[in-house]
Design a protein around this ligand. Sequence first.
Ligand code: ZN
Length: 377
Amino acid sequence: MSQLQWNKFIGQERIKNVLSSAFVNNTLGHAYLLCGDAGTGKFAAAFELAMALLCKSQDQKPCGSCDSCTRMLKYGHPDFHVVLPVAPEAEHKKKDGTLNDEGWKFISESVIRRIQNPYHIRTYSSIPSIPIDWIKEVNQSILRGALEGERSIAIIDGIDMLNDDSANAMLKTLEEPPAGTLILLLTNKIHALLPTILSRCQILRFAWLSPEEISAELVKMYGGSPDDKRIKDLSYCGSLGRALHLHENPGADVIDDAIKFWTLCERGMWNDVFELCDQLVKLDDYGLYEKFFRETMELVRNAFFAKLEGTENYIRGKSSSEIHFHTYDGLEKVEDLMEICEKALSRIAHRANISLVFANFAISLMEIVNVEKQQPC
Ligand SMILES: [Zn+2]
């Protein structure tokens, strides 16, 4: 049997060893669950394993250039299937909500982009989901078995996002897959999965990447040296996907800071709130501070819509789980929350002392959300 050669999949030596040795000895199981943080290489690993299994080269696999590899790279191999969360627009759907031709084209393009940039952290125009007709089609293709060779392979990315019907259909397939089937389930929320799914898979846990692994990739992609301050800073985030995202969107981490700040205030964790304030003050960038409070306003706005049934489409950017505010029990608070954000923004516009702006904001926020009534989380 040929060796398995990893090309885009970086780090994760333990997982590489498990999969390579099962590949060489022909002892791969029929279902694996790849779990770990976004951007740690789950899709890269799944795709390269799938490509190697269908590759026709006699030497190292995947070769990347045989007929099979070429078709896989264009998502055009009949025995290779992918499902991933997407956010189709209205023009991609028929009246009954199923996908139209444009929708299927959109899906295929989304898969190709994922194949080309497996580490890229995806952003969506609305809340992503897995279209039911897509998962149905892939499920049927798996049950039908391989068309060309002996192997049929499916990657289901975001398995935690399946609805109950789709999850049950997938469970049946996992119970009795046709011979030669390999199903690779990917998730960054293993706790959200049904135990019945977990028990039918071999679980591969993806670790955080080392700073050396991340900085080597950043240098390879953007040039520079591992000693550059920006590259050094990003190399500690554990996820290559996140490092790439932050590299391409400087200041994107402000959104995460805003979420963290809110959560800490909500839980009344004073020490942590002020520690985070100190970190933010050190940034010494009023542009970023303005962004911070604009993001916070956006979070309040999103939380408002999240509370109103049927308004999911109005939620922008972050997925709903990230904008769930534990203490957000009354819509009448929206106005108060918006007001304190506006106050902070106006103070920033006047270049007020930023430590005081943050401290004022934290205290007002805690008052509004009524911290002392909260249960500790
Ligand atoms: Zn090949």
